[in-house]
Ligand binder design. Structure first.
Ligand SMILES: [Zn+2]
Length: 236
């Protein structure tokens, strides 16, 4: 198949995806939270290494910091104190560096939460959990955290990258619930999620793998919806 045929054949679908996204509902925290301890916000990889410095830092990802901070503040004011920060933290010779350039090596500033999080007066109440792959639910302490809190049935997922760690996190929570027949909601506010962009030209220059930030963001938001995650425009 050549690219023109693919684009032409897929155009109605892509138009559908964009109109679906444009019409996503806005939800209110007070309407989705039954009681504060029944809800958790799980943020993934909102750390310096994806927002400010290092091989994988991206301005697109930096742009979701403030919307997430606003969501944290509103949720905290509503009484939600389950805020989990899933964070990349790799050994210098991590296997993951076969697929991505070295990033977020333990002991560097890249693995730290962004300063905007650390400045929050309830930052010390947040639970930081490290991960060594793009999954938050394979071999991490988050599984234990979930097992110990059966009362948490509303999960709000935010962070980066839409098609990588965010997708794995939302699907990991959702599939765990499905496999166990747990009645739960996994809600993903699209304004608190982003992925990076690496154009074909830039990738050739840097010897990297191209990554279309717009296309992959939209397709993976849609894919999460298709799989049972509640994608919404924003959560106030
Ligand atoms: Zn990583």
């Amino acid at each position: 198949m050549n690219v023109d045929t693919l684009i032409n054949n897929s155009k109605p679908f892509l138009e559908y995806v964009l109109s679906w996204e444009a019409e996503l509902p806005e939800l209110l925290l007070k309407d989705i939270i039954e009681y504060p301890s029944s809800a958790a916000i799980v943020s993934v990889d909102v750390i310096n290494g994806f927002c400010y410095e290092g091989a994988l830092a991206s301005p697109r990802v930096h742009a979701i910091i403030n919307p997430i901070v606003d969501l944290f503040k509103q949720a905290h004011a509503t009484g939600v104190d389950n805020i989990i920060l899933m964070q990349d933290s790799h050994d210098a010779d991590a296997m993951e560096f076969g697929a991505y350039p070295p990033h977020c090596v333990r002991g560097t500033a890249e693995v730290e939460s962004v300063p905007e999080f650390q400045e929050l007066d309830f930052y010390s109440d947040m639970v930081v959990i490290q991960k060594n792959s793009i999954s938050s639910t394979v071999d991490t302490e988050f599984i234990k955290w979930l097992d110990n809190r059966p009362e948490v049935t509303t999960f709000i997922v935010v962070g980066d990258c839409t098609d990588l760690c965010t997708y794995q996190l939302a699907m990991g929570i959702h599939l765990r619930g499905t496999a166990r027949n747990i009645r739960q909601r996994v809600i993903l506010p699209a304004d608190c999620v982003a992925t990076y962009d690496m154009s074909v030209a830039a990738a050739k220059e840097f010897g990297a793998v191209p990554h279309d930030g717009d296309l992959l963001h939209h397709i993976f938001l849609y894919s999460m919806m298709l799989n049972g995650v509640e994608v919404v425009k924003t959560l106030k």
